[in-house]
Design a protein around this ligand. Structure first.
Ligand SMILES: *Cc1c(COP(=O)(O)O)cnc(C)c1O
Length: 400
């Protein structure tokens, strides 16, 4: 038997799983199975918790690639200081709900049409290379617009304990720190509106001490680059990296401690700061529900075969950037909190052995027709999964 991750406290009440006051079964009866549900009130509570923990000079940005579902975006946008996008498609979604002055566009390989769309709209481009900077300046010149440009820095350190390292090595992301001051001077000389630095050292860290240390190093690096460049920008984006507890033994980041430490580090600074988060804001408020279609035995093991799987929840199957496959929190929706009575694997309908939502977990007896809940489904779920693979219908997503 293998353990599952911890069920988020808001859904861990023993008995039938209820989401915003209605049972999982009720929601699926109305909207079909499989189904993604996002609890807006929980998202709002998380934003408020973080806002209270952070110093006033630090803006909260939402990295929309974690969940670009438009109703969710519309709910989050007015409650955060900015939206971070990574494609022209995301830019369009962000512009529908937020003023361009509070949108930044990061990511390598921005095409000319994408640079132009951002410059025309007045969004900030987080430049990933000198080549991209040159193209942005040329496009802005042709349009007769002063572009809002920030420089993404490839720092010489990485966020310890992060599931996805984004610094400290040769990288497609950002300009190596040593070359940044020269690029900033060039942008300022060209008449661009230089907005600041974007420094992102890693993702999915649950190590509070490491986050505190990385933020301090990031602030220090930004100050040093500012001094070397000889110009002070309005905003320094410190990246994010706050993880969520997906797996057994994981514990949440202590955001109060992070906020207090950051307040000390930035004391006296005259520019604003931002942190940009995706999963920390939206993963826990999301639940994915899938119905058991078949129950079968093979080689002494029991399989619950469901109508949902890897094509919607790639990350839960361990195929989205994890080295060792571990179980997400997965439960029988009508019986949360009871001790398991049998060991089962929860699999999806795709013709690949990768399609496994839970591997040899202990559950109360489940049968055909039962609903299985996969938690932490609010980030990197449907939009980060190959939903066209095998041609099953796209599941509904609802914001409640
Ligand atoms: C993906 C991404 C984020 C969000 O990462 P999370 O782990 O979801 O918080 C933030 N900033 C940038 C630049 C990203 O690419």
């Amino acid at each position: 038997m293998k353990p599952t991750g911890p069920i988020p406290p808001a859904f861990a009440t023993p008995g039938t799983l209820t989401i915003a006051g209605r049972s999982a079964e009720d929601w699926v009866t109305e909207h079909g199975s499989p189904l993604f549900l996002y609890d807006a009130a929980q998202v709002e509570r998380r934003i408020a918790t973080l806002r209270a923990a952070l110093p006033a000079a630090v803006e909260i940005h939402f990295a929309i690639k974690a969940n670009p579902f438009p109703p969710l975006l519309a709910r989050v946008a007015p409650r955060v200081g900015g939206l971070d996008v990574a494609s022209a498609g995301e830019l369009e979604k962000a512009l529908a709900v937020k003023d361009a002055a509070h949108i930044s566009f990061a990511g390598p390989g921005k095409r000319d049409a994408e640079l132009e769309a951002a410059i025309r709209a007045g969004a900030t481009l987080n430049l990933e290379s000198e080549g991209e900077a040159a193209r942005a300046l040329t496009i802005a010149d042709r349009l007769g617009v002063v572009p809002r440009l920030a420089v993404r820095v490839n720092p010489s350190f990485e966020l310890k304990g992060s599931g996805m390292k984004m610094g400290g090595r040769p990288s497609p992301f950002g300009v190596d720190a040593v070359r940044v001051p020269a690029l900033v001077r060039q942008l300022v000389a060209a008449g661009a509106d230089w907005r600041g630095f974007h420094i992102f050292a890693g993702s999915q860290s649950l190590d509070t001490a490491a986050i505190i240390e990385t933020q301090a190093a990031t602030v220090q690096l930004a100050e040093q680059l500012m001094e070397e460049a000889g110009h002070q920008p309005p905003l320094i984006n410190l990246g994010g990296g706050f993880g969520v507890p997906y797996f057994a033994g994981d514990t949440p980041v202590d955001v109060t401690a992070v906020g207090a430490a950051l307040a000390d580090v930035i004391e006296g600074a005259t520019q604003a700061y931002a942190i940009e988060l995706g999963r920390w804001l939206v993963a826990e408020p999301g639940v994915y529900l899938t119905r058991v279609v078949d129950r079968k035995e093979s080689g002494g093991e029991t399989f619950l075969v469901c109508d949902g799987g890897l094509h919607h929840q790639l990350a839960a199957t361990g195929n989205f950037g994890t080295v060792v496959r571990r179980n997400y929190p997965v439960a029988l929706a009508r019986d949360i909190g009871s001790a398991g009575t049998e060991v089962v694997s929860v699999v999806g309908p795709l013709c690949t052995p990768l399609d496994r939502l839970a591997d040899r977990i202990s559950l109360p007896h489940a049968d055909v027709g039962d609903l299985i809940a996969v938690f932490l489904a609010g980030a990197y779920g449907l939009s980060a999964s190959p939903h066209d693979f095998l041609g099953h219908p796209k599941p509904a997503e609802i914001l409640i």
